[in-house]
Ligand binder design. Structure first.
Ligand code: PGA
Length: 253
Protein backbone atom coordinates (compact mmCIF):
# COMPACT_ATOMS: atom_id res chain seq x y z
CA UNK A 1 0.00 0.00 0.00
CA UNK A 2 1.33 3.38 -0.96
CA UNK A 3 1.04 5.55 2.12
CA UNK A 4 3.41 8.53 2.20
CA UNK A 5 5.32 8.37 5.50
CA UNK A 6 4.85 11.31 7.83
CA UNK A 7 7.07 12.72 10.56
CA UNK A 8 5.24 15.29 12.65
CA UNK A 9 7.11 17.23 15.30
CA UNK A 10 5.10 18.35 18.32
CA UNK A 11 6.95 21.20 19.97
CA UNK A 12 4.49 21.40 22.88
CA UNK A 13 5.22 24.51 25.02
CA UNK A 14 8.85 24.90 24.08
CA UNK A 15 10.91 27.55 22.23
CA UNK A 16 10.63 31.30 21.85
CA UNK A 17 10.19 33.18 18.60
CA UNK A 18 13.89 33.39 17.72
CA UNK A 19 14.44 29.66 18.39
CA UNK A 20 11.39 28.79 16.34
CA UNK A 21 12.50 30.87 13.36
CA UNK A 22 16.08 29.60 13.57
CA UNK A 23 14.75 26.04 13.45
CA UNK A 24 12.66 26.73 10.33
CA UNK A 25 15.62 28.36 8.54
CA UNK A 26 17.82 25.41 9.47
CA UNK A 27 15.51 22.67 8.21
CA UNK A 28 13.35 24.26 5.53
CA UNK A 29 15.38 23.37 2.47
CA UNK A 30 16.81 20.18 3.94
CA UNK A 31 13.69 18.11 4.47
CA UNK A 32 12.91 15.46 1.82
CA UNK A 33 10.48 16.19 -1.01
CA UNK A 34 6.89 16.17 0.22
CA UNK A 35 5.97 13.47 -2.30
CA UNK A 36 8.38 11.16 -0.44
CA UNK A 37 7.94 12.18 3.19
CA UNK A 38 5.43 14.54 4.77
CA UNK A 39 7.44 16.66 7.23
CA UNK A 40 5.33 18.68 9.63
CA UNK A 41 6.06 20.89 12.62
CA UNK A 42 3.18 21.43 15.05
CA UNK A 43 4.09 24.62 16.84
CA UNK A 44 2.59 26.76 19.62
CA UNK A 45 -0.23 28.90 18.20
CA UNK A 46 1.59 32.17 18.64
CA UNK A 47 4.34 31.09 16.20
CA UNK A 48 2.05 29.78 13.49
CA UNK A 49 1.70 32.95 11.46
CA UNK A 50 5.46 33.55 11.29
CA UNK A 51 6.25 29.92 10.57
CA UNK A 52 3.66 29.49 7.83
CA UNK A 53 5.05 32.57 6.08
CA UNK A 54 8.48 30.97 6.08
CA UNK A 55 7.60 27.33 5.44
CA UNK A 56 9.28 25.92 2.36
CA UNK A 57 7.90 23.68 -0.36
CA UNK A 58 8.42 20.54 1.65
CA UNK A 59 8.02 21.57 5.28
CA UNK A 60 4.50 21.98 6.59
CA UNK A 61 3.19 23.74 9.69
CA UNK A 62 0.48 22.51 12.02
CA UNK A 63 -1.24 23.59 15.23
CA UNK A 64 -1.36 21.62 18.47
CA UNK A 65 -5.02 22.17 19.25
CA UNK A 66 -8.14 24.06 18.14
CA UNK A 67 -11.71 24.63 19.31
CA UNK A 68 -14.57 22.44 18.14
CA UNK A 69 -16.92 25.31 17.18
CA UNK A 70 -16.83 27.90 14.41
CA UNK A 71 -16.81 30.93 16.70
CA UNK A 72 -18.18 32.24 19.97
CA UNK A 73 -17.40 33.60 23.43
CA UNK A 74 -14.56 31.19 24.27
CA UNK A 75 -11.75 33.30 25.67
CA UNK A 76 -8.31 32.10 24.70
CA UNK A 77 -9.48 29.63 22.07
CA UNK A 78 -8.65 29.35 18.37
CA UNK A 79 -11.02 28.06 15.69
CA UNK A 80 -10.39 25.92 12.63
CA UNK A 81 -11.40 28.85 10.43
CA UNK A 82 -8.74 31.04 12.07
CA UNK A 83 -6.06 28.40 11.49
CA UNK A 84 -7.16 27.97 7.90
CA UNK A 85 -7.11 31.72 7.27
CA UNK A 86 -3.40 31.69 8.13
CA UNK A 87 -2.65 28.69 5.92
CA UNK A 88 -2.19 26.17 8.71
CA UNK A 89 -2.65 22.70 7.22
CA UNK A 90 -2.51 20.27 10.15
CA UNK A 91 -3.74 20.12 13.72
CA UNK A 92 -3.02 17.69 16.53
CA UNK A 93 -6.27 16.58 18.16
CA UNK A 94 -6.81 14.74 21.43
CA UNK A 95 -3.18 14.58 22.53
CA UNK A 96 -3.01 12.71 25.83
CA UNK A 97 -1.70 15.83 27.56
CA UNK A 98 -4.83 17.70 26.49
CA UNK A 99 -7.04 14.79 27.52
CA UNK A 100 -5.33 14.67 30.92
CA UNK A 101 -4.82 18.36 31.78
CA UNK A 102 -7.61 20.08 29.81
CA UNK A 103 -10.41 17.55 30.12
CA UNK A 104 -10.60 16.69 26.43
CA UNK A 105 -13.05 13.87 25.98
CA UNK A 106 -13.68 11.37 23.21
CA UNK A 107 -16.70 13.48 22.36
CA UNK A 108 -14.73 16.70 21.91
CA UNK A 109 -12.07 14.82 19.94
CA UNK A 110 -14.83 13.65 17.59
CA UNK A 111 -16.21 17.18 17.17
CA UNK A 112 -12.76 18.65 16.55
CA UNK A 113 -11.91 15.97 14.02
CA UNK A 114 -15.05 16.76 12.02
CA UNK A 115 -14.48 20.50 12.35
CA UNK A 116 -10.88 20.19 11.09
CA UNK A 117 -11.68 18.15 7.98
CA UNK A 118 -14.56 20.46 7.12
CA UNK A 119 -12.02 23.30 7.07
CA UNK A 120 -9.59 21.21 5.02
CA UNK A 121 -7.11 20.94 7.85
CA UNK A 122 -5.60 17.49 8.35
CA UNK A 123 -6.26 16.30 11.90
CA UNK A 124 -3.62 14.14 13.56
CA UNK A 125 -5.89 12.28 15.94
CA UNK A 126 -4.13 10.91 19.04
CA UNK A 127 -5.12 7.76 20.88
CA UNK A 128 -3.25 5.66 23.42
CA UNK A 129 -3.43 3.79 26.69
CA UNK A 130 -2.10 4.40 30.21
CA UNK A 131 0.41 2.10 31.85
CA UNK A 132 -2.38 0.61 33.96
CA UNK A 133 -4.34 -0.37 30.87
CA UNK A 134 -1.23 -1.80 29.20
CA UNK A 135 -0.55 -3.91 32.29
CA UNK A 136 -4.18 -5.06 32.47
CA UNK A 137 -3.84 -6.47 28.98
CA UNK A 138 -6.75 -4.39 27.64
CA UNK A 139 -4.77 -2.02 25.41
CA UNK A 140 -6.29 -3.00 22.09
CA UNK A 141 -9.87 -2.88 23.37
CA UNK A 142 -9.29 0.53 24.94
CA UNK A 143 -7.57 2.06 21.91
CA UNK A 144 -10.11 0.60 19.48
CA UNK A 145 -12.90 2.18 21.51
CA UNK A 146 -11.13 5.57 21.36
CA UNK A 147 -10.95 5.26 17.57
CA UNK A 148 -14.62 4.28 17.20
CA UNK A 149 -15.64 7.29 19.31
CA UNK A 150 -13.31 9.69 17.46
CA UNK A 151 -14.76 8.63 14.08
CA UNK A 152 -18.44 8.72 15.00
CA UNK A 153 -20.47 10.31 12.16
CA UNK A 154 -17.29 10.76 10.13
CA UNK A 155 -17.87 9.85 6.49
CA UNK A 156 -15.56 7.71 4.41
CA UNK A 157 -14.46 10.75 2.44
CA UNK A 158 -13.70 12.68 5.64
CA UNK A 159 -11.88 9.73 7.21
CA UNK A 160 -9.50 9.67 4.24
CA UNK A 161 -8.38 13.18 5.17
CA UNK A 162 -7.26 12.16 8.65
CA UNK A 163 -4.11 10.77 10.24
CA UNK A 164 -4.06 8.76 13.48
CA UNK A 165 -1.23 8.81 16.01
CA UNK A 166 -0.98 5.89 18.40
CA UNK A 167 0.82 7.18 21.49
CA UNK A 168 0.99 4.97 24.57
CA UNK A 169 0.87 7.49 27.43
CA UNK A 170 3.55 5.62 29.40
CA UNK A 171 5.99 6.12 26.51
CA UNK A 172 5.55 9.89 26.12
CA UNK A 173 8.51 11.90 27.33
CA UNK A 174 9.64 9.03 29.52
CA UNK A 175 12.40 7.57 27.36
CA UNK A 176 10.41 4.30 27.36
CA UNK A 177 9.38 3.31 23.87
CA UNK A 178 6.89 0.63 23.04
CA UNK A 179 8.80 -2.15 21.33
CA UNK A 180 8.38 -1.94 17.56
CA UNK A 181 6.34 -5.16 17.71
CA UNK A 182 4.06 -3.82 20.48
CA UNK A 183 3.50 -0.60 18.55
CA UNK A 184 2.82 -2.44 15.32
CA UNK A 185 0.39 -4.82 16.95
CA UNK A 186 -1.75 -2.02 18.38
CA UNK A 187 -1.54 -0.06 15.15
CA UNK A 188 -2.78 -3.15 13.30
CA UNK A 189 -5.68 -3.34 15.75
CA UNK A 190 -6.47 0.30 14.95
CA UNK A 191 -6.41 -0.49 11.24
CA UNK A 192 -8.80 -3.39 11.88
CA UNK A 193 -11.26 -0.91 13.39
CA UNK A 194 -10.92 1.30 10.34
CA UNK A 195 -11.64 -1.75 8.16
CA UNK A 196 -14.80 -2.41 10.20
CA UNK A 197 -15.86 1.23 9.88
CA UNK A 198 -14.88 2.02 6.30
CA UNK A 199 -13.79 -1.17 4.52
CA UNK A 200 -10.32 -2.31 3.52
CA UNK A 201 -9.65 0.11 0.67
CA UNK A 202 -10.20 3.19 2.81
CA UNK A 203 -8.52 1.70 5.89
CA UNK A 204 -5.37 0.96 3.92
CA UNK A 205 -5.04 4.57 2.83
CA UNK A 206 -5.21 6.12 6.30
CA UNK A 207 -1.84 6.76 7.87
CA UNK A 208 -1.22 5.64 11.42
CA UNK A 209 1.81 7.07 13.21
CA UNK A 210 3.55 5.89 16.36
CA UNK A 211 4.48 8.39 19.08
CA UNK A 212 6.27 8.13 22.42
CA UNK A 213 10.01 8.70 22.86
CA UNK A 214 10.83 8.34 19.17
CA UNK A 215 14.49 9.30 18.73
CA UNK A 216 17.10 9.15 15.98
CA UNK A 217 18.41 5.91 17.52
CA UNK A 218 15.12 3.99 17.52
CA UNK A 219 13.25 5.45 14.55
CA UNK A 220 14.57 2.93 11.99
CA UNK A 221 13.30 -0.14 13.82
CA UNK A 222 9.90 1.49 14.40
CA UNK A 223 9.51 2.52 10.77
CA UNK A 224 10.60 -0.95 9.64
CA UNK A 225 7.29 -2.30 10.95
CA UNK A 226 4.60 -3.06 8.38
CA UNK A 227 1.85 -0.81 9.73
CA UNK A 228 3.77 2.11 11.23
CA UNK A 229 3.53 4.94 8.71
CA UNK A 230 5.61 7.51 10.54
CA UNK A 231 5.97 9.20 13.89
CA UNK A 232 4.60 11.98 16.07
CA UNK A 233 7.65 13.24 17.92
CA UNK A 234 7.97 15.53 20.92
CA UNK A 235 11.43 15.93 22.46
CA UNK A 236 13.43 14.80 19.43
CA UNK A 237 11.67 17.31 17.15
CA UNK A 238 13.08 20.33 18.97
CA UNK A 239 16.58 20.10 17.57
CA UNK A 240 17.00 20.68 13.81
CA UNK A 241 19.59 17.94 13.29
CA UNK A 242 17.57 15.42 15.22
CA UNK A 243 14.38 16.29 13.29
CA UNK A 244 16.26 16.01 9.99
CA UNK A 245 17.58 12.58 10.98
CA UNK A 246 14.01 11.45 11.62
CA UNK A 247 12.58 12.75 8.34
CA UNK A 248 15.47 11.25 6.42
CA UNK A 249 14.92 7.90 8.14
CA UNK A 250 11.36 7.99 6.77
CA UNK A 251 12.80 8.11 3.25
CA UNK A 252 13.68 4.45 3.65
CA UNK A 253 10.15 3.44 4.62
P1 PGA B 1 7.97 12.47 23.07
O1 PGA B 1 6.50 13.08 22.85
O2 PGA B 1 8.51 12.15 21.69
O3 PGA B 1 8.73 13.55 23.75
O4 PGA B 1 7.80 11.22 23.89
C1 PGA B 1 5.63 12.52 21.92
C2 PGA B 1 4.32 13.25 21.92
O5 PGA B 1 3.85 13.66 22.99
O6 PGA B 1 3.71 13.46 20.85
Amino acid sequence: MNRIPMIAGNWKMFKTKDDALAFIYAVNVKVPEKEKVESVICAPAIFLRDLVKREGEDLRIGAQNMHELDEGAYTGEISAGMLKSYGVEYVVIGHSERREYYNETDESVNKKLIQAVRHEITPIVCVGESLEIRENGTTNTFVKDQVVKAYQNVTEKEALETVIAYEPIWAIGTGKTATPEQANETIKAIRDVLVELYGTTVAEQIRILYGGSVKPNNVDELLAQSDIDGALVGGASLDPDSFLTLVNAALNK
